[in-house]
Design a protein around this ligand. Structure first.
Ligand SMILES: *Cc1c(COP(=O)(O)O)cnc(C)c1O
Length: 230
């Protein structure tokens, strides 16, 4: 996609965030935009960066590492949003700033141990499965409190909040259900020393529903960059 189109799409996504925030009587400054650049060329990331975007999300470790190397001249905050695998934890711990799909204590322990101390703790959101679909990954709401307690004790991680990736739903009311459930979990489990300040939820098709339910970080791919290369 042409750089001008990416800049225009970025502006359009920011206005969707502003409009949804207005409906929810929220400050749009409390909603961060993560540009999901998986299966998009490095040139598209450069174009979005030039238009002011700083945080980018990748789902595949090797593809992400290639782009991190190629774009090392840009001050990008890199988020890993894919499924964590044991044999990839070192690369994630060494090269990314955030991880959104964490839902396994073994992976959390590896990421914590492998995080280079010079980089400071790795920011993590725990993924919660609220649609009961095994394919989506995520810890069940019932298992979340224990995982949360164990992850909080890991020195290489900084627990920032909760993430969810619900099954697609057609209308806004249905889309809001799992997002509202994530917000309720946060309200139940947050403590003063672990406020779980981030709710990472909402993608291109359900951004508004997520903002209405309190999203603080929306993960947007196709609405910014167009269809992904396969
Ligand atoms: C691909 C992906 C997104 C972005 O999806 P779009 O529909 O392209 O906005 C967001 N979150 C996760 C975890 C993803 O894998």
């Amino acid at each position: 996609m042409h750089a001008d189109s990416i800049a225009a799409h970025l502006a359009a996504v920011h206005s969707r965030i502003r409009e949804a925030a207005a409906r929810a009587a929220r400050d749009p400054a409390d909603i961060a935009l993560l540009a999901v650049s998986k299966k998009q060329p490095a040139s598209a990331i450069r174009a979005a960066f030039s238009a002011g975007q700083r945080a980018f999300g990748e789902s595949y470790v090797q593809e992400g590492l290639d782009k991190i190397a190629e774009l090392a001249d840009l001050a990008i905050e890199w988020h890993f949003i894919g499924r964590v695998q044991s044999n990839k934890t070192r690369a994630i711990a060494e090269h990314f700033d955030w991880v959104h799909g964490l839902c396994d204590l073994g992976h959390a322990q590896r990421l914590s141990e492998q995080r280079p101390s010079a980089r400071g703790p790795l920011n993590v959101c725990l993924q919660v499965n609220l649609s009961g679909e095994a394919s989506k990954g995520g810890v069940t709401p019932e298992a979340l409190p224990e995982l949360l307690a164990e992850c909080r004790a890991l020195p290489g991680l900084r627990l920032r909040g909760l993430m969810t990736l619900p099954a697609p739903a057609e209308d806004e009311a249905a889309q809001r259900v799992p997002f509202g459930a994530l917000r309720a979990l946060r309200e139940r489990l947050a403590t003063p020393d672990c406020p779980l300040e981030h709710l990472s939820m909402g993608m291109s098709h359900d951004l508004e529903a997520a903002v209405l339910e309190g999203a603080t970080l929306v993960r947007i791919g196709t609405a910014l960059f167009g269809p992904r290369l396969s």
